[in-house]
Structures are given as structure tokens and as C-alpha cells.
Design a protein around this ligand. Structure first.
Ligand code: AMP
Length: 332
């Protein structure tokens, strides 16, 4: 059987370097090797009740930034989840065979109950069935997800298996997690701890759209320490993070130079940051320029979204017709 890759992202703001290196760059590799469906999960974002004015703009931002980062709509099916009427339909069918108990036991749901007790809506409870609908809609077999999503993917497998068993037919394949290449990257932020995240305030995440000036301002303020006090001293997390970021965007010679400076206690963090800011700007400028161009090209965005929706609906219709038929729906 041919592998089908399905992946989506909620439209919750601009893409940062972590999203790019951890996810979108992978998509760009996958698009040459597999049949891919990449979508903007705007229905998923409704669990947090976005402002109607933001809903479209946020989806537009992700569309622009995916395209700018190299996702090619000629090679993949790139679409908005809300352009597929078959998604809520499959979501309904899957919900009929999803049990409240198993949904309540999902760790991310329990976490939401704890952190936002005032907004425990049914959409949150059934998040795993909507995600399963997204994947099973195209009979996805491979899903590029991080560790945090593995439990949701397991639910998608359970729902697929249950559906197939119930109707005695192998209709829905069980999707597995996957990534192209070797290890999963974890891109650090500039705040001295943890990974780069969209919940960082804008000053510690590096966005694909950042101008050289913005990059320089953020990087110059990155958390470090007062400098090594003995040769080959282990690095504080903030310092190690700067080296990690350098590893992504600078040449090996530049990284080696600053490693030596650090190990021999001569390092000047100001110089290192200046170099990192320059290399980061060189790395991101082609993407930023494409973001700027695409932002002005509404006609092209419309065409990409419409063509993507059409291709995605064609695939979705095939699956949903098959599903309706095995469930027993017939026309009079
Ligand atoms: P999020 O923005 O957390 O919804 O993540 C969207 C995608 O980007 C997921 O595939 C994440 O695994 C990936 N991602 C987010 N932050 C990072 C990071 N700091 N390092 C690597 N990958 C990341």
C-alpha cells in the first residue's frame, strides 16, 4: 500500500524557528517522497473561541508562511480544514463509536480540565476524534507528530480498528507516527531555558518573518551568564542554547571558533551574538522576503486555497462515500 502522509497545524500565530526546523522543513522533504496532505486546522482552533476577525487572518498567515518555507502546492494537497464538509461528517461518525470514558482519560484533556476549568467544552473532549477524522479522511498511514501527540495518534488507531471491526471491512488504515531522517530536533528559545515556543513572548522566539533588525534586537538580549571562569567549563543553559542556534544557521568554522573562545575563556558574548544575529538574518531572509511577497498576492493565495480544497475534497469524498455505504446509508 502506498504511504499517505497527513499533518495539520492550528493557526495560532506566526511560525517560529522551532516550527520550521521541527516540522515544516520535514514537510518539504516529505513532499518529494510521499503523497502528502497538509492542512490548516482552523476547526481545531475553535476550542479556544478565537475572535472572528482573527480566524481568517490567522489561517492566512499560516498559509503564507508554509508556502514561503517551501511547501509546494503543486506537490502536496495544501488546504484549510474548514473547506472540507466531509470532516464534520466523519467526526460525527467517529464520535458515535468513541466512548466518553476513553476521551476523558486522554492526558491532554485532563490537563485542560485542570488549567482551564471554565472552558471544558465538548470540542476539547472530542479533540482526538476530530484529529482522527483529519487523518482517516485521506486514509493517512503516516503522521509526522511530536511525542506530545502520540497519545492522540493512538486514539486514531483505536478508532480506525474499531470501525473496521464493527463493519467487518478493512476500510481505514491505522496511522503511525513518523519523521524523516534521524533525530527529532528541539530548538531552544532565547530566554535561557526550555524550547522555543509560541507561548514565549515575542521577544524570545525567533519568527520566520523577523527582519534583521528585529533578530539582532532579540538575540543581543538573549540570556547568557557572566562568562566561563575555568577552561572547558560546562555551559549554562542559555549559553548552550546560543551554540545550538548557531549550529543551525552558522558555518561549522564559526561554531568551532566560538567553542574555542569559550573553552579558552576568551569568549565575548556580544561578539558571538552579533555573529549569530547576522547568520540568522542570512538564513531567514529568503523566507522573510517570500512572506512579504506572498502577503501582497491575494489572487495567488486564493488560487492555492481553492485548488487545495478541490483536491482535498476529491480525496475526502471517496472515503466518505465508502464509509456511508458500509454504515448502511442508501439513497431512495
Ligand atoms: P506548536 O507550535 O507547538 O503547535 O508546534 C507545531 C509543530 O512545530 C509541531 O510539529 C512541533 O513539534 C514543532 N515545534 C514547535 N516548537 C518546536 C521547537 N522548539 N523545536 C522543535 N520543534 C518544534
Amino acid at each position: 500500500m502506498k504511504d499517505i502522509v497527513v499533518s495539520g497545524a492550528r493557526p495560532t500565530g506566526n511560525l517560529h524557528l522551532g516550527n520550521y526546523l521541527g516540522a515544516v522543513k520535514q514537510f518539504v522533504k516529505m513532499q518529494d517522497a510521499y503523497t502528502c496532505f497538509f492542512f490548516i486546522a482552523d476547526y481545531h482552533s475553535l476550542t479556544t473561541h478565537p475572535n472572528p476577525k482573527d480566524l481568517h487572518n490567522d489561517a492566512r498567515t499560516v498559509l503564507i508562511e508554509y508556502l514561503a518555507a517551501g511547501v509546494d502546492p503543486e506537490k502536496v494537497t495544501l488546504y484549510l480544514q474548514s473547506d472540507l464538509p466531509q470532516i464534520p461528517e466523519l467526526y460525527l461518525f467517529l464520535n458515535m463509536h468513541a466512548y466518553v470514558g476513553e476521551l476523558e482519560r486522554v492526558p491532554t484533556f485532563k490537563e485542560k480540565v485542570r488549567t482551564q476549568p471554565d472552558n471544558v467544552n465538548a470540542g476539547l473532549l472530542t479533540y482526538p476524534t476530530l484529529m482522527a477524522a483529519d487523518i482517516l479522511m485521506h486514509k493517512g498511514t503516516k503522521v509526522p507528530v511530536g511525542k506530545d501527540q502520540e497519545q492522540h495518534l493512538e486514539m486514531a488507531r483505536v478508532f480506525a480498528r474499531r470501525f473496521n471491526n464493527l463493519y467487518g471491512k478493512e476500510i481505514l488504515p491505522e496511522p503511525i507516527a513518523f519523521n524523516m531522517g534521524n533525530e527529532l530536533v528541539k530548538v531552544p528559545g532565547l530566554n535561557g531555558a526550555g524550547k522555543m515556543s509560541k507561548s514565549d513572548d515575542g521577544s524570545t522566539a525567533i519568527f520566520l518573518k523577523d527582519t534583521p533588525k528585529e533578530l539582532s534586537k532579540k538575540i543581543m538580549r538573549a540570556v547568557t551568564d557572566t562568562g566561563p571562569t575555568e577552561p572547558n567549563q560546562p555551559k549554562a543553559e542559555g549559553v548552550a542554547n546560543l551554540f545550538t542556534l548557531m549550529g543551525y544557521v552558522s558555518t561549522p568554522e564559526v561554531v568551532a571558533h566560538f567553542e574555542t573562545e569559550y573553552n579558552e575563556m576568551r569568549v565575548r558574548y556580544g561578539d558571538m551574538k552579533k555573529q549569530l544575529a547576522e547568520d540568522m538574518a542570512n538564513y531567514l531572509t529568503p523566507i522573510r522576503e517570500k512572506i512579504e511577497d506572498l502577503s501582497k498576492n491575494d489572487a495567488y493565495l486564493k488560487k492555492v486555497a481553492e485548488d487545495g480544497a478541490e483536491k482535498a475534497r476529491e480525496s475526502a469524498k471517496k472515503t466518505i462515500d465508502e464509509i456511508r455505504s458500509v454504515i448502511g446509508f442508501k439513497s431512495f
